[in-house]
Write a protein that binds this ligand. Structure first.
Ligand code: SAH
Ligand code: SF4
Length: 375
């Protein structure tokens, strides 16, 4: 039987309780694993001051990390780094670090206080069942759910590259289709020793209604992002097959209820697809749909991906007209997502599928092995 991740909170808690070990030692163990810079090489015996029964138990059942950093690709401007992470099963998932380093003046070109502030985009599944037509991950189909430990390990591995302040679930997979692991992972991320604020964690979903209904109760304070992408049911169905199971009207009622309970703004993601959902009438429809909500709309330029060339990115003019209508007529805060890391397929929706073979990465000079990072 393969060893479990020590970051699988429920597993380790259960084992400790069975063995009569105080679970308050668990964050201490995590702290040591996080601080160790030696990849997966930390030995349980190197952690001092644990109850003696903890050592044989950790050896028998747990690994400090079940995943490993396979490779890192840095975008040419060094703002985005794509981590290819190998799971115990051999599957690869991706996590993307976006660095906003004020010292380099990298945040919108403007200086901003606070030093290095990185956002980590994590994966929740290998592949995805939802099959959105514009999404590279969707074209892979569903392969597996990540365990909560595997989700947390992405944060551990990324923290060794750059200090992480925000986490967004916008990598591979539909997080609300892996609900139990998601909730457990976020509870770990917001507790010692990670202690990320729930306000700095964003879960992006295609709109899994029954899961949104539970979310506020299970994870209060979290940011919710909804991939709406169309203002009416029939366009949504054309580009997102999941819309049939989760119809727009029901989804909006669910969001209304969510907002009433959480009292928080919702982020609405809207991918701009030329001639599909980017016309003026669509902007008005979207404005009307969202008028009664507290939302921020994020217009996302479509990242064209390999074989999925049936779509084109909307031109800048279209995007700006769309934005003006939603802002001007409906008074809704609307931003346009900055494109990052396109040269390494690191932008959302382009994950893993475009994975170059090893030789081509080496030739392009983008491959940095973990040893080269001088950690
Ligand atoms: N499954 C979740 C989270 C992962 S996708 C969701 O769909 O929300 C994260 C975001 O990237 C979503 O808003 C998704 O619609 C968007 N996305 C997917 N493919 C894209 C592409 N080719 N270009 C731009 N954004 C894309
Ligand atoms: Fe899955 Fe999100 Fe991609 Fe749709 S956009 S296929 S839900 S990962």
């Amino acid at each position: 039987m393969s060893l479990k991740s020590v970051f699988d909170a429920r597993e380790i808690r259960t084992e400790f309780e069975k063995a009569g070990i105080n679970p308050s030692f668990i964050p201490l163990i995590w702290k040591h694993v996080i601080a160790s810079n030696a990849g997966t090489a930390i030995e349980w015996d190197q952690i001092p001051s644990l109850p003696s029964a903890a050592y044989p138990l950790l050896h028998a059942k747990f690994k400090p990390l079940t995943s490993s950093l396979h490779s890192i690709l840095h975008s040419s401007d060094l703002v985005t780094s794509k981590l290819l992470i190998k799971l115990q099963s051999g599957s690869l998932v991706e996590a993307v670090i976006m660095k906003y380093d004020t010292r380099l003046g990298k945040y919108n070109g403007k200086p901003r206080s606070g030093g290095l502030r990185s956002t980590l985009c994590v994966s929740s599944q290998v592949g995805c069942k939802m099959g959105c037509k514009f999404c590279a991950t969707g074209s892979m189909g569903y392969k597996a759910n990540l365990s909560s430990g595997e989700i947390v390990e992405q944060l551990v591995l990324a923290s060794r590259v750059s200090p992480i302040r925000n986490v967004v679930f916008m990598g591979m997979g539909e997080p609300l289709n892996n609900y139990t692991a998601l909730v457990e992972a976020i509870r770990v991320m917001t507790a010692p020793p990670f202690q990320l604020s729930p306000k700095r964690i964003t879960v992006s979903t295609v709109g899994i209604i029954h899961a949104i209904n539970k979310l506020h109760n299970d994870l209060p304070g979290l940011n919710l992002a909804v991939s709406l992408h169309a203002p009416v049911q029939d366009i949504r169905c054309q580009i997102m097959p999941a819309a049939r199971a989760f119809p727009l009207e029901k989804l909006m009622n669910t969001l209304q209820e969510y907002q009433k309970n959480s009292q928080q703004k919702i982020l609405i993601e809207y991918i701009m697809l030329d001639g599909v959902n980017d016309e003026e009438q669509h902007a008005h429809q979207l404005g009307k749909l969202l008028e009664t909500f507290q939302v921020v709309v994020n217009l996302i330029p479509f990242n064209p991906i390999g074989t999925l060339s049936q779509f084109k990115t909307s031109c800048d003019q279209r995007v700006s007209t769309f934005q003006k209508i939603i802002r001007g007529t409906y008074n809704i805060r609307t931003t346009v997502r900055k494109q990052m890391g396109q040269d390494i397929s690191g932008a959302c929706g382009q994950l893993v599928v475009n994975q170059p073979d090893k030789r081509s990465i080496e030739n392009s000079g983008l491959l940095t092995d973990i040893e080269d990072l001088h950690l």
